[in-house]
Design a protein. Structure first.
Ligand SMILES: *[C@@H]1O[C@H](CO)[C@@H](O)[C@H](O)[C@H]1NC(C)=O
Ligand SMILES: *[C@@H]1O[C@H](CO)[C@@H](O)[C@H](O)[C@H]1NC(C)=O
Ligand SMILES: *[C@@H]1O[C@H](CO)[C@@H](O)[C@H](O)[C@H]1NC(C)=O
Ligand SMILES: *[C@@H]1O[C@H](CO)[C@@H](O)[C@H](O)[C@H]1NC(C)=O
Ligand SMILES: *[C@@H]1O[C@H](CO)[C@@H](O)[C@H](O)[C@H]1NC(C)=O
Length: 725
């Protein structure tokens, strides 16, 4: 009940756009009493398991996810409920097996090791070592695994070791009508199958789900004279029966050979070797970075999934894949958060995953076109919130109607993708070219020519600052619309095609609000100076979207909006200010704002709450995305433009070195590390069709990058660009 209440409250608040802080006292997630005792940056360890689910760690692989020991499994794209009532459908957990402790223990701890994406419960008794591992398999993506190994301390000991187990299955699903069958043989799995109860739209179907799981006994015993034994409990889930069953069998086979955990672990190892951000010297920051990377990655498909066990990926939700049921945590819906907040760091480190995110849009291009027709518009319009059909599922009418900047945010994400990869195959074979043109069509139909201003205006929108809507000429909305209107030409140039100049004419005449007297950007037409705004909005012009302006204007925007932004705003706000101040070289000011991000992190497992007061969505990966951008684009100073990547390192407080492993650019993978006086750039890997790169160290010096030849640059700023012939 409490959970439902919170969900309903949440929507009411969204609806009325009143501050979230009003109800923080009663239901915030704070986890104040817990401590992470591990000195390792990649391990979060606690002697007690938090009681409150919001403080617990989660495991996931983009297809399935669960918060450890809770009664719920969520599956990517599985939602129940009509339109705004849709939320993630709950699959009762058959993997929340817990060791009931009655043993005299010497040691007991719970830990999340992000490097192998595994949650451990470790127990040491006078007799034995007990290790429990919970993981969402990174290769066999339909599997969640709970394994228990009991190992004797002394081979000679005769006494059996006995453990009592329990499973937190929870009540029957409110969302899915399940039938259950017991195992057909001694060793066989249980199975269940069913369908969600209510389809998302009147014309869509309810969704099937099939699960297979290992029988869970009340207790397990390591017999006398046996040194060690592992029990592997597997739950396999899929929308296809054969798929679920086959994966279960493959998983069992690997478990019998002792390989199941190994293949999972190796996949994570590979992921981290492909992309990583490491800071030397500041353990708190380092842990926050690893935690953020881990939770975003575990809501995304594994890096190799396209080759291994492909599936349709439905996009990232602000609370990740392990939350979103019970009307909470934005119901698991996909918002602009995906493109604007989680996407940028992933694009740089894992372009494959960035592509998976963009494809969560292209696969719904048809729905977006129909949605545009429904709302009397042109081209393709992506709804403010989407779930599995691609049609609007926003429970609040105002954002649904007015928060259209998403359609520019998607174009900006595609623009950055093309700059980073030059992937023309995406344009021609994955609907990318059609996507950017339909988005331009949308905006072309949405603008109004204003005779007095002699410019194109965009009326009645809700800007990122959701406290003000509808407004006209939101400066952010108009600026991303301009990008969307220009992008088709860039795409066309890569394909050696020509397009009529209809869109560019609009883009070039777009009205971008600017106040000359105060040399800053008012948020929208009629914005009165001194009005408080909800979150980072106008300052997004400078970064991420890199709208061209004088430095003085950038300074004024940052100064002004820093004063007039709600202090209890969502987690990604201050990181964006930090990026701005770092760009301008004001390290102290950046540090003060950056440090505010830590208030959203919950111990011991580095879960994020939407606000510093512990309210709003958990596990708020949107905030983590903003945080990682503050590290990579703020302290790392990284910017990706059409002509190259620039970086400028500023060391965060108490840091000796910043290292970025696996920066991807045009088929090249680069390791870049350094401090404020020197940087090392090393080319480590190249795809077959990689573009040759130069490192520009001054206006006159360009050094060719080759594998195995790291270049040390004195000074803290560099540019990497296609090789000049
Ligand atoms: C998990 O990975 C870490 C880092 O690779 C490793 O040190 C640790 O031993 C692994 N855990 C297990 C149980 O293998
Ligand atoms: C252990 O589990 C078995 C099978 O479920 C049950 O028959 C037995 O009573 C249990 N033993 C104890 C001590 O709980
Ligand atoms: C990107 O691809 C296009 C089309 O193949 C090609 O003309 C262009 O040179 C490429 N750009 C870079 C930077 O390699
Ligand atoms: C920065 O890095 C360079 C190269 O590794 C090193 O020589 C220098 O001492 C470092 N400077 C500081 C302030 O740590
Ligand atoms: C390098 O070129 C840029 C752009 O042309 C110019 O603004 C800058 O002053 C030049 N820097 C040096 C050191 O010559």
């Amino acid at each position: 009940m409490a959970r439902n209440m919170k969900g309903i409250l949440h929507d009411v608040i969204l609806l009325l756009s009143i501050s979230l802080s009003l109800w923080s006292l009663s239901i915030g997630c704070l986890c104040n009493t817990y401590k992470d005792i591990s000195p390792e940056p990649t391990i979060f360890e606690s002697k007690v398991l938090p009681e409150d689910d919001c403080c617990k760690a989660s495991i996931g692989n983009g297809y399935l996810a669960t918060t450890v020991y809770t009664d719920t499994i969520y599956k990517n794209g599985l939602y129940n409920g009509r339109n705004g009532e849709s939320d993630r459908a709950r699959i009762p957990s058959t993997i929340a097996i817990k060791i009931q402790q009655s043993l005299p223990e010497i040691k007991n701890s719970y830990l999340l090791d992000v490097l192998n994406g595994t949650f451990f419960h470790l127990i040491e008794t006078p007799q034995a070592y007990i290790e429990q591992r919970l993981y969402a398999h990174q290769v066999l993506t339909r599997l969640l695994v709970n394994e228990i190994t009991i190992k004797r301390k002394f081979v000679s000991m005769e006494q059996p070791v006995f453990l009592t187990l329990s499973n937190n299955l929870g009540f029957k699903s409110e969302d899915i009508e399940f039938s259950i069958a017991p195992p057909s043989s001694d060793q066989g799995p249980w199975s269940s199958w069913g369908k969600t109860k209510i389809s998302e739209t009147t014309s869509s179907t309810t969704q099937p789900v099939f699960t297979f799981w290992t029988t869970i006994p009340d207790n397990i015993t390591l017999p006398s004279n046996v040194y060690s034994k592992t029990w592997t409990f597997i739950t396999s889930v899929s929308d296809n029966q054969d798929d679920a069953e086959t994966m279960y069998i493959v998983g069992r086979g690997q478990a019998q050979k002792g390989e199941l955990f190994k293949t999972h672990q190796e996949a994570w190892k590979k992921t981290w070797s492909k992309g990583r951000i490491h800071v030397t010297g500041n353990i708190k920051l380092s842990k926050a970075i690893y935690g953020s990377m881990y939770y975003i990655l575990s809501s995304l498909p594994p890096v190799d999934y396209a080759a291994n066990n492909p599936f349709l990926f439905y996009g990232l939700s602000p609370g990740g894949l392990a939350t979103g049921g019970n009307q909470r945590d934005y119901r698991g819906h996909v918002f602009w958060d995906q493109e604007t907040w989680m996407y940028p760091p992933m694009l740089i480190l894992y372009p494959e995953l960035a592509q998976a995110m963009i494809k969560s849009r292209t696969m719904h291009l048809q729905a977006a076109k129909e949605y545009a027709v429904q709302t009397g518009e042109k081209g393709a319009r992506f709804p403010w919130e989407m779930a599995y059909t691609g049609f609007d599922v926003c429970p609040a009418p105002k954002p649904a109607e007015y928060e259209i900047h998403l359609n520019g945010d998607i174009s900006f994400a595609v623009q950055q993708y093309l700059y980073a990869t030059n992937d023309t195959n995406f344009l021609t074979n994955d609907k990318g070219y059609e996507l950017v043109q339909e988005l331009a069509n949308y905006w072309a139909g949405r603008v109004t020519y204003d005779d007095y201003k002699e410019a194109y205006t965009i009326l009645d929108v809700m800007p990122p600052d959701e406290d003000h809507a509808p407004v006209d000429n939101s400066v952010y909305t108009n600026a991303v619309a301009q990008i969307a209107l220009r992008l088709p030409y860039y795409a066309a140039s890569l394909l050696d095609q020509k397009l009529p100049d209809t869109w560019s004419k609009i883009a070039d005449n777009m009205h971008i609000m600017y106040d000359q007297e105060n040399d800053y950007h008012p948020e929208f037409e009629g914005y009165e100076r001194g009005t408080i705004v909800k979150q980072a909005d106008v300052i997004l012009l400078g970064y991420p979207i890199m709208y061209e302006m004088d430095q003085s204007t950038r300074v004024n925007d940052l100064r002004y909006y820093e004063t007039y932004t709600e202090h209890t705003g969502p987690a990604m706000t201050w990181g964006m200010f930090a990026v701005g101040w770092l760009e301008l070289g004001d390290k102290q000011r950046a540090e003060d704002l950056f440090s505010e991000s830590f208030l959203n992190i919950r111990e011991p497992f580095k879960i994020w709450t939407e606000t510093a007061q512990g309210t709003g969505a958990v596990n708020f990966i949107t905030g983590m995305g903003g945080f990682l951008q503050a590290v990579l684009m703020g302290y790392g100073g990284l910017r990706l433009r059409q002509d190259g990547i620039t970086m400028k390192i500023t060391l965060p407080q108490d840091c000796l070195k910043l290292s970025f492993t696996g920066i991807n650019y045009l088929g090249n993978s680069l390791d870049i590390s350094g401090n404020s006086t020197a940087m090392t750039v090393e080319l480590t890997e190249r795809l077959e069709d990689a573009v040759d790169l130069d490192l520009k160290v001054s206006n006159y010096t360009f050094l060719r990058l080759s594998i195995g030849e790291p270049i040390l640059v004195s000074g803290a700023s560099i540019k990497i660009m296609p090789h000049r012939r």
